[in-house]
Structures are given as structure tokens and as C-alpha cells.
Design a protein around this ligand. Structure first.
Ligand SMILES: [Zn+2]
Length: 303
């Protein structure tokens, strides 16, 4: 037992001396590890020129169900700062974030949003999909800026300038999305998806949102859920359903069949990015690009 403590103390000392002799953080890129691609893209924009950003969750990955791999643990352990969404989006990663906290900043970027801006699911649970309200996402971008400045204050002017530029692009995106959604006839402004990821989009842009599953994909849709929704869609003659890139298509196809069997021909309106972005290097691999893709896909199917 005694030897064990001596060994631990020696390891701690070795860690300290390595840190004090290595290059200061201001002289090298900041290693940022994020969970989702959306957070990685925000960190990349805020930290352009200063950061090396690595998201754990690639295209098509469902964050509700995601578990860290052994490789992820090594990646997280090499980070100067870890950024995750919070609000229980990454429902199976809480323990690993706690374990990482002793050695570096671990920041839940959506945790400081004002309570009145969040969609309440129960008394204690909030909808985590905050990236679908561009105005809320701007606040997340600001909290990433603050976290990077806290770590690397020597470059605060760079982070501030990058953020100013990016926020003005997000304002343009927000205004464009509002105009586009207003072009859909009022009685067709209904977005039907497999899981309830688009509540903030609906709230911000005046779209009614209906989903088969709740805000998490952790519980499966029941046949009763599908029947209930099929009744609503066939009665209201809603034109289209949407597939999500991070959720299997089978649930939404079952709903389409159920609506057809009620005598109303509902179309598949195309694929939306809900909880993951498109491939890196493509337009949809950026937050702005994936948001624009979603708006265009919804508007084209419902207009
Ligand atoms: Zn989700």
C-alpha cells in the first residue's frame, strides 16, 4: 500500500515537471476535443488560427446512444479542453466527463443558457437540441469563446474578433431561415420526424413539430405512437415526412405506410441532419451548411 502511494506521488511529480518545462499554451495550438460536430464547428470558427479541434462523433452518429471507445478515452485525455453539449444529450458519457475534469477544463456549452429560453420536458429535464435555434446557438458560440479565452487569455483579441465575424454570419442565417419558412403555406408548416429533435426550430421559426419518438432515441417508438400520428397526418393532409441522418429510416417508413393505409399519400420529404452533421469537407459538414440544407429540404417539400 505504502509503495503504491510513493508511486502515485512520483507520477504526479513527473506530470508536473513535464508541464512546467513544455511550451506554454500560448505558444502552441490548443487541443480541443468535442462530442458533436456542431460544437466542433463552432470551436473551429471561434478559435480559427489557434485551435486543433477533434470531434468524437462523426456523420450519422447518434449522441443519445453514444458510448466512448478506448480510442476516445485516449483522445479526451490528450485534450487541453473538452467541450460537450450537456442537458443530457450525451446521456451515456457523464462518468467519463467527470473522470476527465481533474486534469483539464470540461465545459458543457449549453449549460449556461437561460432557463426561460429552454424547452422544458419535465420539471428537471430540458430539450438538449439547442443548435436548431440560431439565436440560442449564438449564445453557445459565446460560451465557447469565453472558455477558450479562459484557457488562452494572451490571444483574447483573436477569439473576440473571430467570434464577432461568425456571429454576424449566424444572424444572416437566422434572417434567411425566417424568410424561407414564411414561404410555406401556413397550414403546411408541420415538420414530422422520427425523433423530437426540432422543437427549438419549431419554436423559433413558427413550425409545428410532430415526432414519433421523444427527444431521446433511447426508447423505441411503439405501434400505438405510429397509429396516433398516422391519424393526425391523414386527417390534416400533411404533405411530407422527413428522414434523419442519425436515426434509422425504418420508423419513418412504418409511419408512411400507416398514413397510406388511411388513404392519404404522404411523401418522404428528404433527409435532415438532426443530431449529427454531414461529411467533413462538404457544405453540410459545417453548421451553417447543414442548417441551410435542412431549411431548403423542408421548404421544398412543404411549399
Ligand atoms: Zn436527438
Amino acid at each position: 500500500m505504502k509503495w503504491c502511494w510513493i508511486l502515485l506521488a512520483a507520477l504526479a511529480l513527473a506530470g508536473c515537471s513535464e508541464k512546467s518545462h513544455g511550451p506554454s499554451i500560448a505558444d502552441r495550438p490548443i487541443r480541443v476535443v468535442t462530442t458533436t460536430g456542431m460544437i466542433a464547428d463552432a470551436a473551429q470558427n471561434v478559435g480559427a488560427g489557434r485551435v486543433d479541434v477533434q470531434p468524437l462523433m462523426g456523420p450519422g452518429t447518434d449522441p443519445h446512444l453514444y458510448k466512448a471507445t478506448a480510442g476516445d478515452v485516449r483522445t479526451l485525455d490528450g485534450a487541453d479542453i473538452i467541450l460537450y453539449n450537456g442537458l443530457e444529450l450525451e446521456g451515456r458519457m457523464a462518468e467519463i466527463f467527470d473522470a476527465m475534469r481533474s486534469k483539464r477544463a470540461v465545459v458543457a456549452v449549453a449549460a449556461n443558457l437561460h432557463e426561460q429560453d429552454l424547452i422544458a420536458l419535465t420539471a428537471s429535464k430540458k430539450d438538449p437540441h439547442v443548435w436548431f435555434d440560431v439565436q440560442l446557438w449564438k449564445q453557445v458560440v459565446e460560451s465557447i469563446r469565453d472558455a477558450l479565452i479562459g484557457l488562452d487569455p494572451d490571444h483574447s483579441e483573436k477569439y473576440n474578433e473571430n467570434t464577432r465575424q461568425y456571429l454576424s454570419k449566424l444572424d444572416e442565417l437566422d434572417a434567411w431561415a425566417k424568410r424561407e419558412f414564411e414561404s410555406i403555406p401556413r397550414d403546411q408548416r408541420v415538420l414530422v420526424t422520427a425523433h423530437d429533435a426540432f422543437g427549438y426550430l419549431g419554436k423559433r421559426y413558427g413550425i409545428e413539430v410532430l415526432a414519433i419518438q421523444g427527444v431521446s432515441t433511447a426508447t423505441e417508438a411503439s405501434a400505438a405512437d405510429i397509429r396516433r400520428l398516422a391519424d393526425v397526418l391523414s386527417t390534416r393532409k400533411i404533405k411530407a415526412l422527413f428522414v434523419e441522418s442519425s436515426v434509422p429510416q425504418s420508423t419513418i417508413e412504418a409511419l408512411q405506410q400507416a398514413v397510406k393505409s388511411r388513404g392519404w399519400n404522404i411523401e418522404l420529404g428528404g433527409e435532415l441532419f438532426s443530431d449529427a452533421m454531414g461529411a467533413p469537407g462538404t457544405d453540410e459538414g459545417t453548421y451553417i451548411g447543414m442548417f441551410r440544407h435542412n431549411v431548403r429540404t423542408i421548404v421544398e417539400a412543404l411549399r
